[in-house]
Ligand binder design. Structure first.
Ligand code: SAM
Length: 488
């Protein structure tokens, strides 16, 4: 960490102590308790989210590890209570949604600079984000898959519309020109999308100092405990080993990660599993596919148990069963979801016999060898077709990622003419878009160019993982056909 960053972090943690934020084992902390250092410390995890929180001691599953009092949460309510002008201005714009109000509130505080009471906290925010709304035309097209392109276009359109809707309010607040710009709006809405936590009284949620340093792990990954004895039993941070508060007991028993606890007017964070000293302590923000992670948080997981690949179905398939379209997908291991499999099974029997097999379909049974093979063959063909229409193959995506990784080390691209044509044209488009970073074949990497490459890599990784799911589906369906004995 650079010296200036370290100083900023130090003053932020001091500020956090003053507001009563604590990771101390005792619930009745004094002002002098360190904000961090008893249970957690800020650390860097380059391969798992960058800055995050590490365990400074062994932590047991269910332990209360961080408390953030209500007064330290940045909410629209809080911002309005401490800034009358903001409060009055917001009341004149009743059509704005709660997220827009919090985003303007955040910009209003950033606009105040050092005189904002939130300044030490604001300095800890990233300068920009990689959520879908931040994607430009190049990144959107590079997603390749229609659903993803559509989601990114929608996110970026929505951000722009919301920005247009708040401009009058921002002018009334007399924000400086840089805080009125779309770029600033993307920063504020990206901060809210990727850093807020749920609170029961405001849909926009709250910004939670220190609590927003927790990086994400998908909900299913809970079992990798270093010791399993005691796992599942609730523990508390109390020195006498007892759980005093009912809420704490409930939370530990439920093993929720975090939540606002009304009886103590604080946001509480619990360990979702056992951690060893030095481990990164993670939080589950929810169950997300990789596209959703990209959309809301600007990152994705190479191993995401909750990822889903959607492929276009025949129009009549969508209405065959009572499943909603969102449940018709392929799992990361290539298996069709229960809803997709039952739909395909139902569709694969002749129309005249469908009525008599409804109950079998919904109970998850195979209807007949013939119809199972028809369903599996249909899925194989559909996955193949979906892959064939894309501009690059999964191995080509992998190659492009390697090229970009090498480029980040030595600032040189391989000869374009030696590259497969689809990669060459994508690379040319990138160079064209980032013309100002190229001089006589040497690429000087500005901060912007470095971010562009990181964002492009995210996109390539996303489409690669999508293609991998479709390839796994082809393998899975072929294996089913093989075991049914049809191809032997
Ligand atoms: C609530 S913040 C977590 C703290 C953040 N790393 C920071 O420095 O402020 C959420 C952001 O952290 C990053 N992040 C969290 N979990 C991640 C993970 N498992 N892999 C990669 N990035 C992650 C993403 O940029 C995400 O938008």
């Amino acid at each position: 960490m650079e010296e200036a960053e370290e100083l900023n972090l130090k003053s932020f943690l001091k500020w956090a102590v003053e507001l009563g934020i604590s990771d101390s084992p005792s619930t009745c902390t004094t002002q002098s308790d360190s904000c961090l250092g008893n249970t957690l410390c800020v650390s860097n995890f380059p391969k798992a989210g960058g800055r995050g929180l590490a365990a400074v001691r062994d932590i047991k599953k269910g332990e209360l590890i961080l408390r953030v009092p209500k007064g330290a949460l940045m909410t629209s309510q809080n911002l309005m209570m401490t800034d009358e002008a903001f409060s009055i201005a917001v009341k004149n714009h009743p059509s704005l949604c709660s997220t827009q109000i919090l985003a303007v509130g955040l910009l209003n505080e950033a606009n105040k600079g050092k005189s904002s009471r939130w300044w030490p906290y604001l300095k800890q925010f990233p300068r920009s984000y990689d959520t879908l709304a931040d994607f430009g035309k190049f990144e959107i097209q590079a997603l390749q898959i229609d659903d993803a392109i559509w989601a990114a276009q929608k996110a970026s359109r929505k951000a722009e519309e919301e920005w247009n809707e708040v401009t009058q309010l921002m002018h009334e607040l007399k924000l400086k020109p840089q805080f009125l710009a779309l770029k600033a709006w993307l920063w504020a809405s990206g901060s809210i999308s990727s850093r807020t936590m749920h609170i029961p009284w405001d849909e926009a949620g709250c910004l939670c100092p220190v609590g927003d340093f927790f990086n994400y792990a998908a909900p299913e990954e809970e079992t990798s405990n270093y010791e399993d004895q005691g796992a599942g039993k609730p523990y508390s941070l109390q020195e006498n080993g007892t759980l005093k508060s009912e809420t704490e007991l409930d939370a530990a028993a439920r093993l929720i990660d975090a939540g606002y606890e009304k009886d103590v007017s604080s946001y509480h964070f619990y360990a979702r599993r056992n951690y060893r000293k030095g481990d990164q302590v993670l939080l589950s923000y929810g169950t997300y596919t990789n596209l959703e992670l990209l959309q809301h948080y600007g990152f994705l997981l190479t191993e995401n148990p909750n990822d889903k690949a959607f492929i276009p179905l025949e129009p009549d398939m969508y209405s065959l069963c009572s499943w909603d379209n969102e449940s018709l997908y392929i799992h990361p291991d290539g298996k069709p979801s229960f809803a997709l499999l039952s739909t395909l099974r139902f569709w694969a029997v002749p129309k005249t016999s469908r009525k008599s097999v409804v109950h079998l379909v919904y109970s998850g049974n195979r209807l007949s060898t013939e119809s199972e093979v028809v369903a599996m063959r249909w899925l194989i063909t559909k996955c193949r077709t979906a892959l064939e229409v894309l501009q690059t193959t999964a191995p080509e995506d992998c190659k492009l990622l390697n090229i970009l990784n090498k480029f980040q080390d030595n600032h040189k691209f391989p000869e374009i003419k030696e590259m497969p044509p689809p990669l060459a044209s994508e690379l040319c488009a990138f160079i064209e878009k980032n013309k100002n970073v190229v001089s006589e074949g040497i690429y000087s990497m500005s901060c912007v160019a470095r971010r562009s490459i990181e964002r492009w890599k995210l996109v390539i990784l996303w489409r690669y993982l999508y293609k991998q799911i479709l390839c796994s589906c082809i393998i899975h369906c072929s294996a089913v056909i093989y075991y049914l004995g049809v191809d032997r």
